[in-house]
Write a protein that binds this ligand. Sequence first.
Ligand code: NAD
Length: 313
Amino acid sequence: MTLLPSDKALVPFVSVDHMMKLVHHIGIEPMLTALSEYIEEDFKRWSLFDKTPRVASHSAEGVIELMPTSDGEVYGFKYVNGHPKNTKDGLQTVTAFGLLADVGTGYPVLLSEMTLLTALRTAATSAMAAKYLAPKGATTMAMIGNGAQSEFQSLAMKAICGITTVKLYDIDPRATEKAARNLALHGLNVVPCNTAEAAIEGAQIITTCTADKQNATILTDNMVGSGVHINAIGGDCPGKTELHSDILRRSDIFVEYPEQTRIEGEIQQLAPEHPVTELWQVISGDVSGRSSDKQVTLFDSVGFAIEDFSALR
Ligand code: NAD
């Protein structure tokens, strides 16, 4: 891919408003599907990329991070924050913007909002992972944490994995009501639940996407039956996890970039030598994903720079 900057044109800027229009124009489900195809393409050429754990600046209230990468021709980075307390003041937990540049000249060629794009790429990545790891014929997902990411997660699982039912649970019933209302408009069978246990019952895929800057226990070991696929999205910085460590010990764990996930993911609770599989190896066909009906598979998602690069390009 060659991106030539023009000395006459300003760097194109994609605002939140533009991104909303683009999503409406393309359609949310086709957009999630196309994004996951771009991410899959880039995971298949993993070795070409510069890779580094994201550079994080932590504070008592949250975190601000930079996520750079390059495939040798194009360079990209994202600026993103995570402030769980923001929602109490009517602000978002996550906001972001990103940039692409031409490696040959160093010129920026695209500047874009990435708040919405992050939610889209995170959902597209989850569904890409579930396509390879979830039990065949999965129809039902439990969605624990019904905030900003949750509707995208549910729609991506519908568009890419064929999920027909989503069971919702959040400690805040208003969050569940809002997600239920919106998701019902997209043809999903939506089941609001009063407990996490009720949401998980009968689900082949469990997605946790809660925001709390602590080691929370959203799922305990006895809540997770054999054969399910867990998509753990919310634990994505040091000291912030969602699953009891006993679940990790009986799961086969798949990660984006181990050097980053060991610091930020659920596996920060495990010894540094605990075996994990890199998702790109499954997608390239180098190693197998799900190998039995009984296996518990876990995608320990933290969000990696290559997914942002794919979304920007
Ligand atoms: P949000 O604040 O909009 O929603 C989080 C929801 O979790 C809220 O509705 C809250 O009530 C609920 N919640 C908190 N504790 C809970 C509990 N114990 N049980 C059930 N529900 C609970 O946040 P968001 O934008 O949806 O993001 C959720 C998390 O995902 C954040 O921690 C964020 O950092 C993370 N995230 C990860 C990635 C990734 O690539 N892995 C990308 C984006 C965001």
